[in-house]
Design a protein around this ligand. Structure first.
Ligand SMILES: C[S@@+](CC[C@H](N)C(=O)[O-])C[C@H]1O[C@@H](n2cnc3c(N)ncnc32)[C@H](O)[C@@H]1O
Length: 262
């Protein structure tokens, strides 16, 4: 049994573990573009793009995409997949940190999937990320944030997600759980356990992840301070619009926050 320490530096296993069908997510993003962006969305940005699940999917719909990620191995892995699928020219991955990277205002929209924004912990870094990202997007475009560990009003410690994926002789059982919620410091301490069978070689990868514990009130505050964003809509996984006048809590499940660039 081997224990590694960072799944994001082991892209060959991450990519299998998260190889479930993302057609539903892609459809939600595309519906949001159609409803909320007054021009055709042809070019998007994906902060924290990982092994490139979205980088290799959006080009099928005629949308070109630039992703960036802090993990060099994931960026290399994504670029190899892009090359293999002959998608160069429509997709690319570069190394970058959500806390500081800046682009020109050339994108029509940006997406941030499965709570990757949660890896930015400090308020000042979150605010800078919103300012930099909104300045990379044309006016009228949107930044869509998918928060799937949205804080529950009464967070359930020991809540666990388990799933299984396999491909090319590699099978992975994943357990992703919440171990401790630190409301005072707005931190969510989570753990991830991957049981891997790589063509007969069995081992486990265990690690802890600390993510920001998001509250809707904080999101509103960051958006106000960023000056050039507005919360336009919030959708749930069934693509039902959430009433933003009511309370928004984690009990509503995974939510898509649509931020409009002013
Ligand atoms: C849950 S994965 C999601 C990856 C990808 N968006 C997807 O849907 O498969 C979170 C990603 O965030 C990246 N990440 C964490 N902190 C980051 C940072 N400060 N800047 C850029 N990427 C970061 C990790 O390397 C990892 O690839």
């Amino acid at each position: 049994m081997i224990s590694y320490n960072n799944i994001y530096n082991l892209p060959e296993y991450y990519d299998v573990a998260f190889s479930y069908d993302i057609k539903h997510e892609i459809n939600i993003y595309r519906k949001i573009f159609n409803i909320h962006v007054p021009f055709e969305v042809k070019k998007i940005l994906e902060p924290a793009s990982g092994t490139g699940r979205f980088l290799t999917s959006f080009p099928k719909y005629g949308i070109s995409i630039t992703g960036y990620d802090i993990s060099n191995p994931e960026v290399d892995f994504a670029n190899a997949k892009i090359k293999e699928l002959k998608l160069e020219g429509m997709a690319e991955s570069i190394v970058g940190n959500m806390e500081s990277i800046k682009f020109e205002r050339i994108y029509d929209a940006a997406i941030n999937s499965i709570n990757s924004i949660g890896y930015i912990l400090k308020d000042e870094d979150v605010l800078l990320h919103f300012i930099n990202t909104s300045e990379s997007i044309k006016r009228g475009g949107v930044y869509i944030i998918h928060l799937d560990f949205c804080p529950e009003k009464y967070p359930v410690v020991d809540s666990v997600n388990e799933w299984h994926c396999e491909r090319d002789g590699i099978s992975v059982n994943i357990t992703w759980g919440l171990s401790h919620v630190d409301i005072k410091n707005k931190l969510s301490h989570q753990y991830c356990l991957l049981k891997v069978n790589d063509n007969g070689k069995h081992f486990e990868i265990k690690e802890n992840h600390t993510l920001r514990l998001w509250f809707y009130e904080d999101l509103k505050e960051f958006i106000k301070k960023s000056h050039n964003l507005r919360i336009e809509s919030v959708y749930n996984e069934k693509f039902e619009e959430i009433d933003r006048k009511g309370e928004i809590t984690g009990e509503m499940g995974n939510l898509y926050f649509v931020l409009k660039v002013l």
